[in-house]
Ligand binder design. Structure first.
Ligand code: ZN
Length: 702
């Protein structure tokens, strides 16, 4: 899974199709001007840091990326399978061979697997619809390639006429209603894109559908974009996007142990009360979707609903009728997170996490062995530097997570197992799809400046400039926008449940390999990152970012811009109240004023930090500042959790209930007022937010 997948879809049309770009030989990393003081460091410490960073930047390599991927992506790696275990053993062996001491943490989530997935058209003609992809000679684990399948769907044997619902979003259901089309008792056919697939299933169920079939339309990532796999990077008619349909916006992790670790003997909730999908849901390719779409009557769909198949789409219902027969087995299954620690020299109790999921839907070269391999690159680089005496100031913890694709299982269970120990986590850095020519990053506003600083110091393959230069060029030469985190990857438990400042760093090449059997070594080495240069560059960027957080005298968390943004969100909320309700049932003026006070307190603390750093004050002088900075994000949590979803505790950001990956800002206020339509509840959340803002201010005030 990766929130980025949707950013990527959005970017597809805008960005040139220069796939298979042969990256120029990368120049040595440029490094910043020597002698300048690094933000957050004293002058003396800056010099040492520069030296260590220069050393580090030489270590990630294209050959290691290729070597790791050739092994890891040679077999499939679905959570809890022998292919997954094979990856665990390899990762452990590698980390050990470099001199680290990896640990395997085992958890026991509720995992589904497809015993039978069968689809056929029963009207107007009878026709079985394929849900297996062809297997090519360079795919080495064909027997274990799962059929097209949506994890955490219920079983079901259903037959019903089909309605085409476009992307299956809230807005799409409004269009259906305007056209007098009901999905009651029907099977919806929804194309992938725009929102998390679990939202499509959920909205279909809410509107009375009895099943959902999801397909990849060629207009989004298929043959209308260019040559298809294996001749090119785009999705072939047979290519299927697998994926979880868990109700992720309710909580992440194991469906049966929300809020606590899925240890072997943990108490488990009734699956009927878990965040599993409610109606049978299964995916197909656009080849299989063609006879269904072709046989829909009813009015012609609006222009924006027309996909890339060469005939005009209709809403239905029917006459196309589908028979969907799913037998999905559920079983509590062991999964394995692998972590390795680089102990900090001066603040061993403070931890910087770097994580990426290691499980995949099929081979997963792109999603997400690219990220997991970068974690390993850091492991080798840091282990090498330790041999010549280097140690980070704070502890760095490297993780390859399991079970992300099913619902962020490994990272969430690990975080819940850490519990209050995560109060010592300074930041969590995530990768999920970390290879390709389009760089992207999202995260908390407190870390924007560090993304800008570090991307200016790493060369970007195939260009004469840095990552920052390319990132900025993709944003019309302006300062790139760092999007805020919703959900869809392993940062979720860290930021949304525990308030650990998080960023997600990665890059992608426009393609149609998302969650299909074509996401493999062949695709990666031919189209996504020939030469493995982007793999190396992302490892350099993430390593540099990690070192800055780990080593800084003053933790590089900036709450002044954060507070400014929160003020803007509050103003926008007040405007939306006025616009939608013609009234302001929730008064947020005191919150806006408090956000300003918070901003001022953050500014003052930063000025004080800068004075001390410029004067080269000794390490002890920064300890009180670091304590304040490290905990400030936690002030934004509410113990009560958000309306209807107590697991999500962050009051500034959460995944949107109707988006899943997309970000809902001020989710307590917005969900209560605009989704629950409950002004009294919204006022309750205003009080919670206000006291959080007061605390965030007090925590920074010296
Ligand atoms: Zn992923």
């Amino acid at each position: 899974m990766a929130g980025r997948a949707f950013v990527r879809l959005a970017a597809l049309s805008a960005i040139s199709l220069a796939i298979g770009v042969t990256a120029a030989v990368t120049q040595p990393a440029r490094g910043a001007p020597t002698g300048s003081r690094i933000d957050g460091f004293t002058a003396a410490h800056s010099a040492a840091e520069r030296q260590a960073e220069t050393e580090f930047l030489k270590l990630p390599s294209t050959s290691l990326a290729q070597e790791l991927d050739a092994y890891l992506a040679d077999k499939t790696g679905v959570v809890g399978t022998s292919g997954d275990r094979r990856r665990v053993d390899y990762v452990v062996d590698k980390l050990r061979s470099w001199g680290l001491h990896p640990k395997v943490a085992t958890y026991y989530p509720y995992v589904s697997s497809p015993a039978k997935v069968s689809l056929s058209l029963t009207e107007p003609t009878r026709q079985a619809l394929p849900n297996k992809e062809p297997c090519y000679s360079f795919e080495h684990d064909c027997a274990n390639e799962l059929p097209g399948y949506n994890a955490l769907s219920p079983s079901g044997d259903i037959t019903a006429p089909v309605v085409y619902v476009n992307y299956g979003t809230i807005d799409d259901y409004a269009v259906l209603a305007q056209n007098g089309i009901s999905v009651q008792g029907k099977i919806v056919l929804a194309r992938y894109g725009k929102v998390f697939r679990g939202v499509k299933t959920n909205l279909a169920a809410e509107h009375g559908a009895i099943g959902a079939v999801l397909y990849s339309d060629p207009a989004d990532d298929g043959n209308t974009k260019g040559a298809v796999y294996p001749d090119g990077p785009w999705r072939s008619p047979e290519g299927i996007q697998r994926g979880s349909v868990q109700e992720l916006w309710k909580y992440g992790g194991d469906p049966l142990t929300p809020g606590y670790p899925a240890t072997k003997n943990a108490p488990r909730i009734d699956p009927a009360n878990a965040n599993l999908a409610r109606i049978p849901t299964t995916p197909i390719g656009y080849g299989a979707a063609t006879p269904v779409l072709k046989n829909l009557s009813g009015p012609t769909v609006p222009k924006s609903w027309q996909g890339g198949l060469p005939f005009s789409y209709h809403f239905g219902a029917g006459p196309a009728t589908l028979h969907v027969d799913l037998k999905i087995n559920y079983k509590v299954t062991p999964i394995w997170d692998v972590t390795a620690e680089i102990p900090g020299r001066n603040h061993p109790e403070q931890t910087v996490y770097v994580g990426a999921h290691r499980d995949s839907w099929t081979y997963g070269s792109d999603d997400n062995l690219s990220g997991a391999e970068s974690v390993l690159q850091l492991g080798r680089a840091f282990a090498t530097m330790m041999k010549s005496g280097w140690r980070p100031e704070r502890t760095i913890k490297l993780a390859t997570w399991d079970g992300e694709e099913y619902g962020l299982f490994g990272s969430t269970e690990y975080a819940e197992d850490q519990g209050s120990r995560l109060n010592n986590a300074v930041a969590y850095i995530n990768m999920d799809i970390a290879a390709g020519k389009d760089f992207d990053a999202s995260g908390m506003p407190s870390l924007d400046h560090l993304l800008y600083d570090t991307t200016k110091e790493v060369d970007w393959p195939g260009t004469k400039g840095t990552i920052y230069d390319s990132w900025s060029a993709a944003n019309e030469g302006k300062q790139p926008t760092v999007s805020r985190l919703g959900s869809g990857s392993d940062y979720t438990a860290f930021i949304d449940h525990y308030g650990v400042p998080a960023v997600d760093i990665g890059s992608s090449t426009p393609s149609g390999d998302y969650h299909c059997s074509c996401d493999n070594y062949y695709m990666e080495s031919h189209y996504i990152d020939p030469g493995w240069h982007y793999h190396k560059a992302i490892a350099q960027e993430v390593g540099l970012f990690t070192m800055r957080v780990a080593d800084a005298d003053v933790a590089p968390l900036r709450y002044s811009p954060y507070a400014g943004e929160v003020g803007d969100y509050l103003t926008a909320f007040a405007g939306q109240e006025q616009q939608q309700l013609g009234d302001q049932p929730v008064d947020v003026q005191r919150d806006i004023a408090q956000a300003k006070k918070w901003q001022l307190a953050a500014q003052k603390l930063q000025e004080k930090a800068d004075r001390l750093l410029a004067a080269g004050a000794p390490a002890a002088a920064y300890a009180p500042l670091n304590r304040r900075l490290a905990m400030d994000e936690r002030a934004l949590l509410t113990g009560a959790g958000l309306p209807t979803r107590p697991w999500y505790r962050h009051q500034i950001y959460a995944p949107g209930i109707n988006q899943g990956y997309g970000t809902q800002k001020l989710p307590g206020l917005n969900d209560a007022l605009f989704l629950q339509h409950d002004p009294a509840l919204a006022r309750q959340y205003e009080r919670r937010l206000y006291s959080s803002l007061v605390r965030a201010t007090a925590d920074l005030s010296t």
